[in-house]
Design a binder for this molecule. Structure first.
Ligand code: FAD
Length: 525
């Protein structure tokens, strides 16, 4: 008997070490949860086993096991579950998280011991394109952007604003902002939505727009999933171009690079997509580009040597239809003649619009085949005001970061006036600000401390911003205390908290963001 007990405690200890020290938060489930949920009438189904998938995300660092996963077939399934949890009141610990494609970085789509809604189950064939003078598409909140694009292209149309990677859900990116190289002109994805359909934290299904339930509409856009589950969205479309001229050039002078970027995002006649990235201590870069880009001057390009300098790549595209190629070439020539890049580093390519927009998926396939996709991703995304970008660059590139071999570092400017300040998204106060994205991968290697090193670098960058008084904002923010969240929202915190009280008064939704905590009161007296 003693021996058996000892064996049990050893097994328990081992399980504890594997689960807790290995990064998976062990949750002791409430035994009443399955029976209470199981009794609900649903068109879809609830799964109480195989829940580990919902305790994983792209960041690959945080793991919180839910009690159940809902695979909804209809919007009503989502409303039924949330209403049930709401009606259980504060005596129940249950929370609910919508999971889009699970591409969060720090457990934002997870619910420790709660119910995770697998939003992709909802998508089934609901994408409807409306052509006409102001074209738009109605799509499910669980639909992937790539599928929305494919459907729209059948009608010669496409959404206007993108993320660099399209295998993300509508509800997931609209809960953040959705930023890419088109945002300087069209604003982020949240600036291109006409209407949302939302199930609030009380289980009510509401349609909202700037005209109807406007407070909920604005709260949910960039709202980090706090106010309701986005079950449907109406998204603005434009005619889709057939082709894209895709251009990369290099700079070694940071000021010339950013001045050219800023000139381009403010010019009337300009490119259709403008981004940039930072290259530190990387060899063979131009050779890598040759697989998909052609150098304008192959001889000069082959002689180019970075000489150990930090380089800045300006990346842009011009959209065109095949019958307008000549005009497009003239416009591109005129634009390039205004830029101060290193002449031997002009690389160009022509691809279809779909190939361009879905470009990151090509890298995903390659990385997956090498086992390098499902590794920890200690990403850090910052929005830096224009007046401090030079100070930031001088300290971070070359001093804190001595190479960019662990993943791309994006750096490009955006216009504040293209963002709607009634939404929940938080951005710096200046008209021009930069997205700086450190997109590191940390595969385990023989020295094992890639992740640790990347996290320390992130801390140093944040620490520097703090000490230097740079009024930056985190994008895809991650904080662990409400004080930090209050500082993030600044004078918008009160409105954010007020709206939370209206639409999710028990703090049931998106607990993985760690902004509000459900207050649980014992029902026994
Ligand atoms: P999830 O990670 O599943 O969810 C994100 C949050 O939203 C969670 O809190 C979740 O509970 C909530 N949520 C999910 N669905 C809903 C819903 N329907 N209603 C309400 N709340 C919901 N972002 C950019 O802006 N620009 C980029 O270029 C970009 N590139 C990326 C490239 C890669 C490879 C990856 C992994 C991410 C990238 N992102 C980019 C970040 C991305 O926008 C966010 O991680 C986004 O949250 C991912 O969407 P998802 O569908 O996986 O959401």
């Amino acid at each position: 008997m003693h021996c058996l007990l000892r064996q049990h405690s050893v097994v328990f200890l081992e399980l504890f070490l594997v689960l807790v020290l290995g990064g998976i938060a062990m949750h002791v489930s409430d035994p009443d949860v399955p029976s209470s949920l199981d009794a609900l009438r649903l068109e879809g189904n609830l799964s109480f086993h195989d829940v580990s998938l919902a305790a994983k995300d792209f960041g690959n660092r945080f793991r919180f096991l839910p009690s159940a996963i809902l695979h909804p077939v209809s919007v009503s399934d989502i409303a039924v579950i949330i209403k049930h949890v709401f009606q259980m009141g504060p005596s129940s610990k249950l929370t609910v998280a919508a999971r889009g494609h699970g591409h969060s970085l720090q457990g934002q789509a997870q619910a420790d011991g709660g119910v995770v809604i697998h939003m992709e189950s909802l998508r089934g064939g609901g994408t409807r394109v409306h052509a006409g003078e102001r074209p738009y598409v109605d799509a499910s909140g669980g639909e992937l952007w790539i599928n929305v694009l494919l459907e729209c292209l059948k009608h010669g149309l496409a959404p206007k604003s993108w993320t660099d990677y399209l295998h993300l859900t509508i509800g997931g990116t609209l809960s953040n902002a959705g930023i890419s190289g088109q945002a300087f002109r069209h604003g982020p994805q949240i600036s291109n939505v006409h209407q949302l359909e939302i199930v609030t934290g009380k289980g009510e299904l509401l349609t909202c727009s700037t005209e109807e339930n406007a407070a909920l509409f604005h709260a949910a856009l960039g709202g980090l999933g706090q106010f309701g589950v986005i079950t449907g969205a109406r998204i603005a479309l434009e005619p889709a171009p057939e082709m894209v001229k895709w251009i990369r050039v290099l700079y070694s002078d940071f000021s010339s690079f950013t001045e050219d970027q800023e000139m381009l995002i403010s010019a009337r006649e300009t490119f259709d997509y403008i981004e940039g990235f930072v290259i530190i201590n990387r060899t063979g870069l131009l050779n890598n580009w040759r697989s998909s880009f052609n150098p304008q001057d192959p001889v000069q390009a082959s002689r180019f040597d970075s000489d150990g300098r930090i380089l800045f790549c300006l990346e842009m595209t011009k959209n065109f239809n095949r019958d307008e190629a000549d005009v497009m070439h003239q416009r591109v020539e005129a634009l390039l003649s205004r830029l101060r890049y290193i002449p031997s580093t002009l690389f160009q390519s022509e691809v279809t619009y779909l190939e361009f927009l879905d470009r990151v998926h090509v890298s995903e396939v390659k990385l997956r085949s090498k086992g390098l996709w499902e590794v920890p991703h200690p990403w850090l995304n910052l929005l830096i005001p224009r007046t401090r970008i030079k100070d930031f660059a001088e300290e971070v590139f070359g001093k804190i970061l001595t190479d960019s071999n662990n993943g791309p570092i994006l750096l490009y400017p955006l216009h504040r006036s293209k963002w709607d300040n009634r939404t929940s998204a938080v951005i710096p106060d200046e008209e021009v600000f930069y997205l700086v994205a450190f997109l590191s991968s940390a595969p385990s290697s023989s020295d094992h401390d890639n992740l640790e090193r990347a996290l320390k670098q992130n801390d140093k960058i944040l620490d520097f911003c703090n000490k230097a008084g740079i009024q930056m904002k985190q994008y895809l923010p991650h904080y662990t205390t409400q004080e930090e969240w209050k500082a993030h929202f600044g004078d918008r915190w009160e409105l954010f908290a007020h709206r939370k009280g209206i639409y999710d008064p028990l703090s049931i939704l998106a607990p993985g963001q760690r902004i509000f905590r459900k207050v649980v009161r014992s029902s026994r007296r």
